[in-house]
Design a binder for this molecule. Structure first.
Ligand code: PEP
Ligand code: MN
Length: 357
């Protein structure tokens, strides 16, 4: 939809617009109103260049998109019928909980095994463990490839699928060679399009689920969904969106909690949403509140940093990891809430706006 600067386009201006849209297989129709005329674009309007050309015209005020910029992630895409499983569960049917250390300490494998055991007992579905870490300071611990063996050993010992974050192609190849069950793309790489494409390509056959965190500086929600479109369009449709807080932070929290975007995501895309309350609020004492808020907003699951003895941990764990006993309590409360909230989700579909019991 083209909104002109003046009440209507001159004949000459209209001809210029017509010529641009026709190059992209579209047509344009004036819709006269009382005070101004707007111009509807007909046809597939998902052409970035067409929009750029129209927006660059001096007599055009604004161009609004009716269609979303992502074809595959769109709720109306055929992929909305693509149901994949995480730890044997279909997202949306059962609550999915991922928990574990922010960072695995390669010098202390037993600490991770103790946590892994307690986390499995607490009822988590997937075990997380950071092998390579994106740290703000280059002087902080950066991770160690050796830790991947600890993660895989924990999976074998406690019979629980595992997830880890990769930051580049080399790490991705190591993680895939170790047969991790799920890959995390962190907030800092959420807009690393080369990496997103590579992940789509290299997981094309295995189709292991990819958890894409929301970038901390990301703007519109469409930017987040479009980042996932890179993975999907390069071969792996099994993506999960993960809000994890944005900046600027609320004073006292690590980030600006953004679990409230879930209903908006659910209206635009079919992708499951697993929220990370740990990085959002950044302090263990606030995590249970943020976790339950995320479920109240309709998340399909949670990813929570959890540690048996957080004070002995490295990375984020000493400040934001919860104890497995707290995790067990959160899972119990989150499950009740999860099934209660489902009835409101019908309201996402306009014709079912009345909430039924
Ligand atoms: C993490 O999960 O430990 C992490 C670094 O997350 P984020 O990318 O959200 O900061
Ligand atoms: Mn962390």
């Amino acid at each position: 939809m083209i909104i002109p600067k003046n009440p209507q386009l001159t004949e000459e201006e209209f001809e210029i617009v017509k010529k641009i849209v026709s190059e992209f297989g579209c047509s344009v129709t004036p819709i006269p109103g009382e005070t101004m005329t707007v111009y509807a674009i007909k046809g597939d309007e998902r052409h970035e260049l067409m929009f750029n050309r129209l927006e660059g015209l001096p007599f055009v005020l604004r161009v609004d998109r009716i269609q979303s910029m992502y074809k595959l992630m769109d709720i109306k895409s055929e992929l909305s019928k693509n149901h994949f499983k995480i730890a044997g569960k279909i997202p949306g049917e059962d609550l999915i909980v991922i928990a574990g250390h922010c960072t695995i300490d390669p010098k202390n494998p037993n600490l991770f095994f103790e946590s892994a055991h307690a986390i499995k007992e607490a009822g988590a579905d997937v075990l997380r463990g950071g092998v390579w870490k994106p740290r703000t300071s280059p002087h902080s611990y950066q991770g160690d490839s050796k830790a991947i063996d600890i993660l895989i050993e924990a999976r074998e010992r406690f019979n629980i699928p595992v997830i880890t974050e990769v930051m580049d192609e080399e790490q991705l190849e190591v993680a895939l060679a170790s047969k991790v069950d799920m890959i995390q793309i962190g907030a800092r790489n959420a807009l690393n399009y080369s990496l997103l494409k590579k992940i789509g390509e290299l997981t094309h056959f295995s189709r292991i689920p990819i958890l894409l965190k929301r970038g901390m500086h990301m703007g519109p929600i469409d930017e987040f969904i479009s980042a996932a479109e890179y993975i999907v369009s390069h071969g792996n449709p099994n993506v999960v969106l993960c809000p994890r807080g944005t900046v600027p932070a609320i004073d006292g929290y690590r980030n600006y909690p953004d679990e409230c975007i879930t209903p908006l995501l659910k209206q635009k895309t079919w992708a499951p949403v697993i929220v990370d309350p740990s990085h959002s609020v950044g302090r263990a004492i606030y995590v249970p509140h943020a976790a339950l808020a995320a479920i109240a907003y309709g998340a399909d699951g949670l990813i929570i940093e959890t540690h048996i003895r957080a004070r002995e941990g490295i990375g984020d764990d000493p400040k934001q990891a919860i104890h497995p006993s707290t995790l067990a309590q959160i899972i119990e409360d989150a499950k009740t809430l999860f099934y209660n909230v489902k009835k409101y989700q019908k309201a996402y579909i306009p014709q079912l706006e009345n909430v039924s019991k």
